[in-house]
Design a protein around this ligand. Structure first.
Ligand SMILES: O=C(O)c1cc(=O)[nH]c(=O)n1[C@@H]1O[C@H](COP(=O)(O)O)[C@@H](O)[C@H]1O
Length: 281
């Protein structure tokens, strides 16, 4: 049961992530069992199709990449049996040596956030991942207890700052009274949480690969950046370099559909992930 018994304390998430990136490269492989991808893989749009798709993709991608990012919604669609598949994806990926970043984008009042943190970041939960995505729009302070729980267990969180979708700019680039954009203020709050952490802090931000270069100053972040939008949403390697610089240190370009469309042949999927991985080196 979640929240009981002894807690295993792993090395800090930021350190584990930095080591995994240097071993396997920076690509984050999204596991998004879209209905269209189930069709393309010749699988039924039901829980057995989900299971075959998600576990086969995990088998290959969790051996090749530093980070696997299952998108919870595509599993939730199938109710409890879908969540059971998600639990298996998480445990298989971790056994294969990948870190699991569960994409759930949670954000709520503090007391409810505690329950989300227990569900996704407490080692006793069957859904515990190495890190989760969280939303700061109920106030950055609501996330602090989850960050503390994550850290106490060697886990991390990625806070949405400037997302990849075209609708995001209106809210996220809005100016605050202090002259910063909302997105920049999130980056700066995260930077404060990471102060002094080496080589990488445990708190990351989400900044879409589709974002216009120069919008954000990431120099004080001290933590990782999840960069979705690479591939299917139109951003390429050049965009990544223009946005994050040549070294791309701590940046995890994330691809789901563009990667997964290379299946169902698992050898082709493996070749595809290696090709993308080498393109971002
Ligand atoms: O947090 C995320 O992962 C995320 C943030 C963001 O700004 N944009 C974004 O696309 N995502 C997720 O990243 C994945 C992108 O999928 P593809 O466009 O197929 O590569 C989806 O699971 C999205 O929910």
């Amino acid at each position: 049961m979640a929240g009981t018994g002894k807690t295993f304390v792993a090395a800090p998430f930021g350190r584990r992530l930095a080591e995994k990136i240097s071993e396997r490269g920076a690509l984050c492989a999204g596991i998004d069992p879209h209905p269209g991808l189930l069709d393309a893989w010749g699988l039924p749009r039901n829980v057995s199709g989900l299971e075959k798709f998600a576990l086969s993709a995990t088998e290959v991608l969790a051996e090749e990449t530093a980070v696997i990012k299952p998108q919870s919604a595509f599993f939730e669609v199938f109710g409890a049996p879908g969540i059971a598949v998600l639990e298996r994806v998480i445990s298989h990926a971790r056994e294969a040596g990948a870190l699991v970043l569960l994409d759930v984008k949670r954000g709520d009042i503090g007391s409810t956030m505690d329950a989300y943190a227990t569900a996704y970041l407490d080692g006793h939960s069957p859904l515990a991942a190495d890190a989760v995505t969280v939303s700061p729009y109920l106030g950055f302070g609501t996330l602090v207890p989850s960050i503390e729980l994550a850290r106490a267990q060697g886990r991390g969180v990625f806070v949405l700052a400037r997302t990849s979708n075209p609708e995001a700019a209106q809210q996220q680039n809005a100016l605050l009274p202090n002259g910063k954009t909302v997105a920049q203020s999130i980056v700066d709050e995260v930077g404060t949480m990471n102060a002094g952490a080496e080589p990488l802090g445990d708190v990351g931000v989400v900044v879409g690969a589709t974002v216009t270069p120069g919008e954000l100053d990431l120099s004080g972040l001290g933590g990782p950046v999840l960069a979705p939008g690479f591939g299917a949403q139109g951003a390429g390697v050049r965009d990544l370099r223009a946005l994050f610089g040549d070294g791309l240190a701590g940046v995890l370009p994330a691809s789901s559909r563009d990667l997964l469309r290379r299946g169902p042949d698992l050898a082709a999927l493996r070749a595809g992930v290696r090709e993308i991985q080498s393109s971002i080196m």
